[in-house]
Design a protein around this ligand. Structure first.
Ligand SMILES: NC(=O)c1ccc[n+]([C@@H]2O[C@H](COP(=O)([O-])OP(=O)(O)OC[C@H]3O[C@@H](n4cnc5c(N)ncnc54)[C@H](OP(=O)(O)O)[C@@H]3O)[C@@H](O)[C@H]2O)c1
Length: 329
């Protein structure tokens, strides 16, 4: 692809503004750039790479001009309506919402795991849920060698995953003012075992997203997956305890080597010196950090690890920009 014309839909949001940061850092090439949001932000000016761009209101006519790639992060209903309009005009949409992730016609892509799936896109490519992205980056190299039978996820997820409302709930809560704009309970001083709404089976939507998206990205329906997702009073980075059972036996040394040499992973594991991935250290970074790597003695071929990544960067903006980089070759 020549230098693409690029659009950011949801450019004024938490993820949208991180798109711009990541595009700048990675010197992503483009010809024209269009920033779009709701009517509320239309006319607002955003400074980017030495130029001022006016935010335009997203409408059905927005994609009448030639736009090669559009990075969407403006919520599910916006994507549901506008991604097909953009795709019908020849734009390739990289969508951050959950609207298209499980659609059979839409590839769900993590560049370190299944870059090949980009090739069958029909105009929409979905970016997975933040908690799933970091998990599959860590699991894929192990699955390729030892074949995963079962995964148990327990997550500790940051409030930035709920956008600006979540951040405000924690900021105010820490000052003793328990507002509940994003959550059903105060988040300061609490761990909330509920992310998104409850489904009939007793799981939350976030938990089922982790289950379904893991299978689609890894491309193996035989894996058994279960999850408990928890919101914690942390501003940035999701932390995850991942328990895995493999079909084949493994040597712990080999697991360390595999993870250390896999793309996008940094191993931080020195228990004697209390070294392991920490949310505060991983914030603002693009890698997936893995530590506390150890054998699960309670089952055959079991492994435990602790996986941390910045949910707004690798969990959203960076992953989407990496997909766009693959699109332009
Ligand atoms: N936060 C995360 O960790 C995370 C991770 C992965 C995916 N996502 C997904 O990314 C999306 C955005 O999340 P966020 O945290 O960035 O939310 P946010 O900070 O609330 O930003 C939402 C953005 O969407 C725009 N928008 C809302 N309604 C619109 C409409 N009808 N037409 C056009 N633009 C509209 C807003 O524009 P205005 O400013 O004009 O209202 C704003 O730019 C969501 O789908 C979310 O699920 C978030």
């Amino acid at each position: 692809m020549k230098k693409p014309n690029l659009a950011i839909v949801g450019a004024t949001g938490l993820v949208g503004s991180t798109f711009l940061k990541v595009l700048e850092e990675r010197e992503f090439p483009f010809d024209n750039l269009y920033l779009m949001a709701s009517a509320k932000s239309a006319g607002q000016s955003i400074h980017f790479r030495g130029n001022d761009y006016k935010v335009e209101e997203l409408t059905e006519k927005s994609f009448d001009k030639p736009i090669d790639i559009a990075l969407f992060s403006a919520g599910g209903s916006t994507s549901q309506k506008f991604a097909p309009i953009a795709a019908s005009k020849g734009t390739i949409v990289v969508d951050n919402s959950s609207a298209w992730r499980m659609d059979k016609e839409v590839p769900l892509v993590v560049p370190e795991v299944n870059p090949q799936d980009i090739s069958w896109n029909k105009g929409i490519i979905a970016n997975p849920n933040c908690s799933t992205i970091q998990a599959v980056v860590a699991l894929k190299p192990l699955h390729d060698k030892y074949k995963i039978k079962r995964i148990v996820y327990s997550t500790y997820q940051a409030v930035s995953g709920s956008g600006v409302k979540g951040i405000r709930d924690l900021e105010e809560g820490l000052k003793g003012n328990d507002i509940m704009a994003a959550y059903p309970h105060p988040i300061a001083g609490n761990c909330l075992p509920q992310i998104d709404v409850f489904l009939e089976n007793g799981y939350t939507k976030e938990e089922i997203k982790m289950v379904n998206e893991t299978l689609k990205i890894i491309g193996d329906d035989s894996i058994k997956v279960t999850a408990t997702t928890v919101r914690v009073p942390v501003f940035a980075c999701h932390s995850e305890s991942i328990n895995v059972e493999f079909e084949k036996p493994y040597e712990l040394d080999d697991v360390f080597k595999l993870l250390a040499s896999a793309p996008g992973i940094v191993v931080q594991d020195d228990p004697a010196n209390s070294v392991y991935p920490l949310a505060k250290d991983c914030a603002g970074k693009d890698d997936v950090f893995v530590g506390r790597i150890r054998r699960d003695f309670s089952i055959e071929n079991g492994l435990n690890m602790w996986v941390v990544a910045d949910n707004i960067r690798k969990g959203a903006a960076t992953n989407a920009v990496q997909i766009a980089e693959l699109l332009i070759g």
